[in-house]
Design a protein around this ligand. Structure first.
Ligand code: TEU
Length: 588
C-alpha cells in the first residue's frame, strides 16, 4: 500500500563528492571513485545514494554555485563517468539522487552573463534586480537583508547597469527569479534531462527560499547596530513555494517514479513544514527541517556561536515535536543528524574522547535508527568520524562560510571597539564550522587514508590510522561500522522502527526514552538512551525507571552498545541501570 511506500523504509547515504574517493590521484574525489565504493554502500545497507553537486562550477561554494546544470565538472569526470556510476548503483539495486540547486546559480552561468549584459536582455528578469535607495546622499542597497554567509548585504551593485542583484548566499550565487514562468519552464526541462538519463530523484537545495516577498521590504531589526538584518520569513517558507512545487510536480515529477527531498532551513513549526510532504498536496516526499540543528546554537540554527551548556531537555523537546507532530499532520519526516553543513555528532552531542568515541557513535546510531522518518546517513558517520582536531589552525579551514564569518566577525569587533579575540573566535569555529564534516573519507591506513594518491584538497583528519577507517572497522567485530550495518538491517526487520508511532516517555532529563509501536502488526519497541554528559562530557551513569503503565514483562533486548549484556535479556525490577552513554533497544 502507498502508505508503506518504498522510500519510507529506505536508507539514504549522502556522498560529498569532493571528499569521498579519488580514483585519479588529483586530490579531489571523482565520479569513478564513487563508483568503486558502490559495493561498500550496498553492504552497509544503503538504498539510495545522494550526490552533493557534481556539476560544472567555479566552486565558490563547493559546487553549490552551478554554471552548467547539464554536465559534470571536469574535476569529477565526464557524463560517461556519471552514466557508469548510475549503472553501477542500479546494478546493486539502489537509486541515485542528484542535488538540485535552483534557488540560485553561479554568476558564471550563461544565464547570468546574459542577464548582466543589458537591462533589456530577455534573461534579465531571470534574476532579481532593483535600483538602490538614497540615504544621506549615498546610494545604498534596496533593502537591509543580510546574506546567509555573514558577508553583509544580500545585494551586489552592478556598475554598468547601475542596479543591484539579489544573492541570498555569496555574491557569486545570484538568486533566480521564480516569478518568471520562462525560467521555471527551463528548470523543469533541465530536471527532465536528468530523470530521462536515469537519475532517480533530487535533493533540492534551499527550495523553500524560492518565493521572495513581492515587495522585498526591509527586515525587522533583530541585531541592533548592524547594517544588515536576517530576512527570515520575508524570503523563507512563503506560501507561494507550495504553488511552485505543485507546478513542478505536475510538469515533471508526476511522470517519473522519483524520490524528492527538499532542503528547508528556517527553524520553523512542524505544521508549517508538513504540507510539503502530505501526499494529497502532490509536492515532495519529505523535507529537511533545521529545528534540531539549533539545539546548541545561541540564536537560531544559523548561529555560529555554540552554547556549551545546551540542555538535553530542549533537545528532546524538538525531537518529540517532530516525531509526534509529523505523524499527526499526515506528512513524513526526513531523519538526518549530519550533513556537509554540520559538525560531526559524536563530537557535538556526546564525547569524541578516544575512550568514549566508539561507544558514543553507537549510542547515536541507535538514536538515529529509531526515530521516525527516512534515514539519511552522511559519509563517515557510519565509522564515527569526529570534528577536525582541536589543534588545527584556522588555515586548515577551507569553507567560504567559515572564512567569511570569521572575517565579518573580526571587522564587526574592530568597528565596535571590542577586542578581536582571534583565538576565541577560532575556538568557536572549531565546534561549528562546516569544515568539520568535509574532511576526506577515511578508507584505510594507507597514505591520505586511502582517499587519494594525490595531494588532498583538504587536510585528512589525523586519526585515520587509529582505527577510524572503513577497512579496519569492516574486519573488526564490535566496530562502529558493524554496528551501523546491524542497526540499518534491524530497521528493515522491525517495521515498527519505520512505521510505529513515536511515544516519548517521562524520564530524567538526560535520558531519552520512547516507544515505537505499530498496532497493525502488533509490534512495540522500547528505546532507552543515556545522553548524560556529566561535568566533563565523559558521560554519567543513570537509572531509568520504567514508567507506570508500560508493560515490560516480556521485554527482550534487541541491541545495545553495552558489550557485556546478552541479547535477549529482559528488564528486572522496574529499573534499568545505564552506564555512561549506554543505549538499549528492547522488543516488548
Ligand atoms: O545550505 C543551506 C543553508 O541554509 C546553509 O547555509 C546552512 O544553514 C549553513 O551552512 C549552516 O552552517 C545549502 C547547502 O547545503 C550549502 O552547502 C550551501 O552552501 C547553501 O545551500 C547554498 O547553496
Amino acid at each position: 500500500p502507498s502508505d508503506r511506500a518504498w522510500w519510507k523504509s529506505a536508507t539514504v547515504y549522502q556522498v560529498y563528492p569532493a571528499s569521498f574517493a579519488d580514483h585519479a590521484a588529483n586530490g579531489h574525489g571523482t565520479l569513478l571513485g564513487i563508483k568503486s565504493k558502490v559495493p561498500y554502500l550496498k553492504e552497509l545497507g544503503v538504498d539510495v545514494v545522494w550526490l552533493s553537486p557534481i556539476y560544472e562550477s567555479p566552486n565558490a561554494d563547493m559546487g553549490y554555485d552551478i554554471s552548467n546544470y547539464e554536465s559534470p565538472d571536469p574535476r569529477y569526470g565526464t557524463l560517461e563517468d556519471w552514466d557508469s556510476l548510475r549503472d553501477e548503483v542500479h546494478k546493486h539495486g539502489m537509486r541515485l539522487v542528484m542535488d538540485l540547486v535552483i534557488n540560485h546559480c553561479s554568476e558564471q552561468h550563461p544565464w547570468f552573463i546574459e542577464a548582466k549584459s543589458s537591462k533589456s536582455n530577455p534573461k534579465r528578469d531571470w534574476f532579481i534586480w532593483r535600483d538602490g535607495k538614497e540615504a544621506d546622499g549615498k546610494l545604498v542597497p534596496p533593502n537591509n537583508w543580510n546574506s546567509i554567509f555573514g558577508s553583509g548585504s544580500t545585494w551586489e551593485y552592478d556598475e554598468p547597469s547601475k542596479q543591484y542583484y539579489l544573492h541570498t548566499f555569496l555574491k557569486e550565487q545570484p538568486d533566480l527569479n521564480w516569478e518568471n514562468p520562462e525560467l521555471r519552464k527551463e528548470l523543469w526541462r533541465m530536471m527532465r534531462v536528468w530523470l530521462d538519463r536515469g537519475a532517480d530523484g533530487f535533493r533540492m537545495d534551499v527550495i523553500n527560499f524560492t518565493g521572495k516577498h513581492p515587495d522585498l521590504i526591509d527586515a525587522p531589526i533583530v541585531m541592533p547596530g548592524r547594517e544588515c538584518q536576517p530576512f527570515g520569513p520575508l524570503s523563507i517558507n512563503r506560501l507561494i513555494v507550495h504553488d511552485y512545487l505543485k507546478e513542478m510536480h505536475k510538469e515533471v515529477l508526476v511522470d517519473y517514479d522519483c524520490f524528492c527531498v527538499g532542503e528547508c532551513p528556517g527553524n520553523d513549526e512542524v505544521t508549517a513544514y508538513s504540507p510539503y510532504s502530505v501526499p494529497a498536496n502532490k509536492e515532495l516526499q519529505m523535507v529537511f527541517h533545521f529545528h534540531h540543528q539549533g539545539f546548541d546554537r545561541a540564536g537560531s540554527g544559523f548561529g555560529r556561536v555554540l552554547d556549551p551548556n545546551w540542555k538535553m531537555k530542549d533537545f528532546k523537546k524538538v525531537f518529540n515535536e517532530w516525531n509526534v507532530g509529523m505523524e499527526a499532520a499526515g506528512g513524513w519526516n526526513s531523519n538526518y543528524l549530519e550533513n556537509h553543513d554540520q559538525p560531526r555528532v559524536v563530537s557535538r552531542i556526546t564525547s569524541d574522547h578516544p575512550e568514549d568515541r566508539s561507544h558514543c557513535a553507537k549510542l547515536l546510531a541507535m538514536f538515529h535508527c529509531s526515530l521516525t522518518g527516512t534515514i539519511f546517513v552522511y559519509q563517515g558517520q557510519e565509522i564515527g568520524l569526529a570534528n577536525v582536531p582541536r589543534e588545527w589552525g584556522v588555515e586548515e579551514y577551507k569553507d567560504i562560510e567559515t572564512i567569511q564569518h570569521m572575517e565579518g566577525e573580526l571587522a564587526w569587533r574592530r568597528q565596535s571597539g571590542k577586542p578581536e579575540d582571534k583565538e576565541g573566535l577560532a575556538k568557536e569555529m572549531r565546534m561549528t564550522a562546516r569544515d568539520n564534516g568535509r574532511t576526506p573519507m577515511q578508507w584505510d591506513t594507507s597514505e591520505n587514508a586511502g582517499f587519494s594518491k594525490g595531494t588532498p584538497w583538504m587536510r585528512v583528519h589525523d586519526d585515520f590510522a587509529e582505527g577510524w577507517n572503513v577497512e579496519q572497522q569492516s574486519k573488526q567485530e564490535g566496530s562502529v561500522l558493524k554496528f551501523w550495518q546491524k542497526m540499518l538491517a534491524l530497521r528493515k526487520q522491525y517495521e515498527a522502527l519505520v512505521y510505529g508511532t513515536f511515544g516519548p516517555l517521562e524520564t530524567a532529563d538526560d535520558i531519552y526514552a520512547y516507544t515505537r509501536a505499530d498496532s497493525t502488526i502488533n509490534q512495540k519497541l522500547l528505546v532507552i538512551l543515556n545522553f548524560a554528559r556529566g561535568s566533563d562530557r565523559r558521560g554519567e551513569a543513570m537509572t531509568f525507571e520504567v514508567p507506570k503503565g508500560l508493560d515490560v514483562s516480556g521485554a527482550k533486548l534487541l541491541v545495545t552498545n553495552n558489550g557485556e549484556l546478552q541479547e535477549g535479556s529482559g528488564i528486572e525490577g522496574g529499573k534499568v541501570e545505564l552506564g555512561k552513554y549506554e543505549g538499549r533497544i528492547y522488543l516488548l
